[in-house]
Design a protein around this ligand. Structure first.
Ligand code: ADP
Ligand code: ZN
Ligand code: ZN
Length: 731
């Protein structure tokens, strides 16, 4: 017998091995096999009797790790699909999808929890023995009833020191207990809080999705504050009551503690979170709880889509338009697209929710591929915010704020409300400028300027992260008149401290929230009203619910009006709508002010006057006219190296391989090779070759027949290159 392995190596080919006589090997089990003189752990993806290679020359497996498959067949099929669709090596797909500990050969078992129990000596002890240590008496009495974990004992205020003291006397001991899966959570399933009554739009959405008993994809297009989360909670309630699990994907868990808290307070079931701060052990345990059905709800970021389930009931993607669902390195999958595929294979409904759906999803809904559900009303008695465009041409600004905006701020603050200022540039100033000659401090490794960070007393390149101390003199003319050009959040915060000294401001960006837990503290402070002015980058735009914010000021988005990325208008519209949606979410009416040097720009006019829904529909028409996605499909090859000629040569050779195929299928377009939008980054020259076609099959056909040739191109060894299917950015 022969088996095909997925090995964690970035090679697009199959690895076949002989299975030694009498060994039991099944698909989905881990084995060890020799690879380049070393044993590697691989996952068996096929067991067969033939091979495309010479069987006599195949090496033999060296060890079988699992006697039973550890990856459910449905997940294996999803990995295989992803590998084919993204033209990414199956070994690397699986390496990225599985918890790290499984890749290292750890058993697929929960971590045993140590239990404290009394020794025979301890069982015979008398209370009088503890006269001089009341703490030990408490611990002893608790343990007399039953064995307990350290954390259970800690909850009863028994410290580890006390337990160790008992152990030292030979009265108590720690034993290892295999953790159990709690699969019976649904037997006494009930809500742990009363829920609001749904409005009619919400009720329609819940009823139609609940009626799906197999695969169906729903786009839930609901304006911010329309109660999408409440819809999710109702859908999940239905699924849980059937004893099935729910998988929920969110953009960034750290940014949405409120959402997670709402799930936890509604349902009295085991909820597991998947995010980047989990330890390897926590990640594996969560994966196992999903696989065994003891995780009723799994909530997580992008990679949570790889959590296996035993009885999946629904998949929900919140803020489906969010760019964080796309992985931008190595295995460049889109978690939303994988989720739709997974829902289809496992025959469960999937809900894509957003106030600002991606044009891809919206198009699928408008053409009837997805079901389209709308929530147009704000939930409760919240009203829609009023929007204003503020012309700032020839207006003198203080740290980016116009006098009119500042006056409005005073008005709202005086009424005891909160004001939010959105500025998507962290640091003190986006550039450092010589006031005498115009010199700008430029990163030596990128086509970009250094951002001046006054707090760190450094210049930092936001593209390669190189740090430099702030120069005293201009490098061109020697002048000491160096000033910041433009405004960042740090500067805005300082200026506000002077101009609005009677109010407390909080800044939320990647710099101010570096310390673990600080973001949660700030968000908490905002809820409690400790801060009146909220300054933030897009971190502040995502999904928060701040009931007392009545004024939102958006300071500087003009640069995205003139970007060469065809998705820039869509991203700007999403950002604007999400930020604006933070205003007036409760019963207080909200106001949104957008400052711009180009208030007449059609995009801003459309957004402010007609809203995202209108904008998105006209943007779709434009994409259709220009034959851009979602009306065409793309695959992007990226290549980079220290010298510009290397990636260029490589991509030209690649193009030559594609050309005969393209002559057969002239609907395929090859665009490039051309420099990336940022041609030089981190010391590397970057080039791209774009493939575009009216349908996916054409691109898949081209890649399917040419990729093995591409891999053999010699100049490819001198560059770093990658393939991105359905790319979402060209930077
Ligand atoms: P979204 O997810 O669309 O931004 P949420 O679900 O967070 O909206 O709802 C916004 C606010 O309205 C929340 O405070 C929520 O508790 C409340 N809410 C949602 N649905 C209802 C309802 N049917 N009746 C009353 N309040 C509701
Ligand atoms: Zn100068
Ligand atoms: Zn740089």
């Amino acid at each position: 017998m022969i088996c095909t392995l997925a090995l964690p190596v970035p090679l697009r080919r199959h690895f076949d091995y002989q299975i030694p006589e009498s060994w039991q090997v099944e698909v989905g089990c881990r084995v060890k096999a020799p690879f380049r003189n070393k044993d590697k752990i691989g996952l068996v993806i096929e067991v067969k009797t033939t091979s495309e290679f010479d069987i006599a020359k195949l090496k033999s497996l060296t060890e079988v790790i699992d006697t039973q498959p550890i990856v459910p067949p449905a997940m294996l099929k999803l990995f295989q699909w992803a590998s084919d669709y993204y033209h990414h090596p199956i070994g690397d797909v699986i390496a990225q999808a599985l918890p790290a500990l499984l890749k290292q050969g750890e058993p697929d078992q929960l971590k045993p929890t140590p239990l404290w129990q009394l020794t025979p000596l301890g069982l015979q002890a008398e209370p009088s023995q503890f006269k001089r240590s009341p703490k030990q008496l408490i611990a002893w009495s608790l343990l007399k009833g039953k064995s307990l974990t350290s954390s259970e004992l800690n909850l009863a205020e028994v410290s580890s020191a006390t337990l160790n003291a008992l152990a030292k006397k030979g009265l108590a001991e720690k034993t290892q207990q295999q953790a159990l899966y709690q699969r019976d959570w649904y037997t006494d399933f009930g809500l742990s809080e009363t829920k609001p009554e749904l409005n009619s739009e919400q009720a329609v959405a819940v009823a139609s999705i609940n009626s799906a008993d197999k695969f169906a994809c729903y786009l839930l297009e609901g304006v911010t504050g329309s109660g999408k989360t409440e819809v999710y909670l109702n859908l999940i309630e239905h699924v849980l009551s059937q004893g099935k699990q729910a998988l929920v994907l969110v953009p960034e868990i750290g940014l949405t503690p409120q959402t997670v808290a709402r799930f936890k307070s509604r349902f009295n079931v085991p909820i597991y979170l998947v995010h980047s701060e989990l330890t390897d052990r926590e990640r594996l345990d969560t994966w196992l709880h999903g696989r065994e059905g003891s995780a009723a709800i799994v909530i997580g970021t992008r990679s949570a889509i790889f959590t296996p389930t035993r009885h999946l009931g629904i998949i929900i993607i919140d803020e489906e338009h969010d760019s964080s669902f796309k992985q931008q390195e190595m295995f460049r999958y889109h978690a939303r697209d994988l989720a739709v595929m997974r829902a289809m294979r496992e025959q469960v409904p999937i809900v894509l929710g957003s106030a600002t759906p991606s044009l891809e999803s919206l198009n699928n809904a408008l053409t009837g591929k997805y079901h389209h559900l709308s929530l147009k009303q704000r939930a409760g008695n919240a009203q829609h915010a009023r929007h204003y465009l503020q012309d700032i041409k020839n207006v003198s600004l203080s740290a980016g704020l116009s006098p009119q905006l500042m006056e409005l701020m005073h008005k709202h603050l005086k009424q005891g409300n909160q004001v939010m200022l959105f500025l998507n540039r962290r640091g003190y100033a986006p550039a450092l400028l010589c006031h005498e000659c115009g010199w700008l401090a430029k990163c030596q490794r990128c086509d970009a300027f250094y951002t001046w960070h006054q707090g760190d007393n450094a210049m930092i390149c936001h593209h390669c992260n190189s740090h430099r101390s702030v120069p005293y003199q201009c490098e061109d003319c020697g002048s000491t008149q160096l000033v910041g050009a433009g405004v960042g959040t740090e500067q805005l915060e300082q200026t506000l401290a002077e101009l609005f000294s009677q109010y407390k401001a909080v800044r939320i960006d990647r710099d101010s929230t570096r310390r673990k837990g600080s973001l949660a503290d700030y968000l908490d402070g905002i809820q409690k009203g400790e801060y009146q002015i909220l300054i933030g980058t897009q971190m502040l735009a995502k999904g928060h619910h701040f009931p007392d914010v009545t004024l939102v000021g958006i300071l500087d988005v003009d640069s995205s009006l003139f970007s060469s990325d065809f998705r820039a208008p869509e991203k700007l519209a999403q950002l604007f709508t999400q930020v604006a949606g933070r205003a007036g979410r409760a019963s207080k009416p909200g106001q949104v002010v957008l400052q711009s040097h180009h208030p007449e720009h059609y995009l801003l006019q459309d957004l402010v006057n007609n809203g995202y829904q209108d904008f998105a529909r006209s943007a779709l028409t434009e994409r259709q006219d220009a034959l851009l996605p979602p009306f065409s499909f793309q695959a992007l090859f990226r290549a980079e190296a220290t010298y510009a000629n290397l990636p260029l040569t490589f991509l030209e050779e690649m193009k030559a391989i594609f050309e005969p195929y393209v002559q057969q299928y002239p609907q395929i377009e090859l665009i490039g090779p051309m420099p990336a939008i940022m041609e030089r980054r981190a010391g590397k020259y970057r080039f791209q070759l774009l493939i575009q076609a009216p349908n996916r099959a054409l691109i898949a056909g081209l890649l399917g027949s040419c990729m093995s040739e591409v891999e053999k191109i010699k100049s490819g060894l001198k560059v770093r290159w990658s393939l991105d299917i359905d790319p979402t950015d060209f930077i």
